[in-house]
Design a binder for this molecule. Sequence first.
Ligand code: ARG
Length: 461
Amino acid sequence: MTQSKTWSQRFESALHPAIARFNASIDFDIELIEYDLTGSAAHAKMLGVTGIISSQEAEQLVAGLEQIRQEYRDGKFSPDIDAEDVHLAVERRLTEIVGDLGKKLHTARSRNDQVGTDTRLYLRDQINQIRSSLREFQGILLDLAEKHVETLIPGYTHLQRAQPLSLAHHLLAYFEMAQRDWERLGDVCDRVNISPLGCGALAGTTFPIDRHYTAQMLGFSAPYANSLDGVSDRDFAIEFLCAASLIMVHLSRLSEEVIFWASEEFRFVTLKDSCATGSSIMPQKKNPDVPELVRGKTGRVFGHLQALLVLMKGLPLAYNKDLQEDKEALFDSVNTVKACLEAIAILFREGLEFLPHRLAAATGEDFSNATDVADYLAKKGVPFREAYNLVGKVVKTSLAEGKLLKDLTLAQWQELHPAFEADIYQAIAPEQVVAARNSYGGTGFEQVRKALESARERIMN
Ligand code: ARG
């Protein structure tokens, strides 16, 4: 007989060994084994309940599958390449355990609906884990923000000093991004959580199966309505990769900020030894490898998203072997996002320290209070654009004289405009500049305290 024990008698000779290796997915889809066992057990129970096999047979199949689970967990189940994929490996082992009965497991099922089921169960699990990591990260950002409501940091647009901020406000911006990521993954999960089990190879089955029963048993919200769509849909995986890509965008932006905050030019933070590395040649170096790696790994996840989009484009209905290529992209993205979230959480919990004196010095020595001078005049009835032009002139002459706005005498201010009074100095002090931005969602300390409170409440759910 042929080498392959799975294929029907239609085959006369064995696969070329290189083709067998090329075709096999067991090296990576072994990752799905626990989900494959769970999905198969649900299928076996359903076969029993519907009378397609006897309930005793169903029980024996389930017990055999649980034995494989135990063997796998004990490190005693490591199928080799000729099993081709995890599904065939499980069926083969099951048949060794329960005898010929094992060959009944695949009644009314195809690997096409099976692999779709496994992948969805896997992804649902991973999404839950990533969502709790996001929550943990949000908690860390909040703890840090609470300590730094009154720490000032320069705020930038175009990476030019714009207006000073509460450091907490800056950190809370990332909290909001993480909140959207958490919500987005929840939305994605609604579409991950549909059951393709029972779609068969493509057209359904001649057996009286109960797809609602298996869907419910596996915690899916419903079975796919169309069998062709059920076996060939990978929208859910692409949607996940979109959400994962956005998580990486956010982590990468934060990483970029940490990298320049830690540079000699900024020196807004110092990295603790536990989260920094040295150079093998330059003894003075302390490098921000953690945020650099996060920034660098972002490209992998974007790449996987692109790979899956291209994989699906032009794919005719229904299952095509191309779909086997979805797994490494998914697994690597999941692992990358989890590893990056873990590293960033450690970095922000214990790996860096903000230097308030450096931050304070940075906010007091520039023209980032210029808008406040214009606002000051506008509040006294001067049209804003007029006030803006006047302050522009003051900035120009001050720059030429090497002075800051706070260095102008009251007489000089009043010469510029009679509306200026002694309280101008108070209005342009950095703390006041921040405190005054008390509009909803602004950086004013009062707003930031409210934002912190509501953020705490939001992560309770
Ligand atoms: N290893 C395959 C995959 O990952 C399982 C499904 C195979 N189906 C088939 N008709 N050859 O997609």
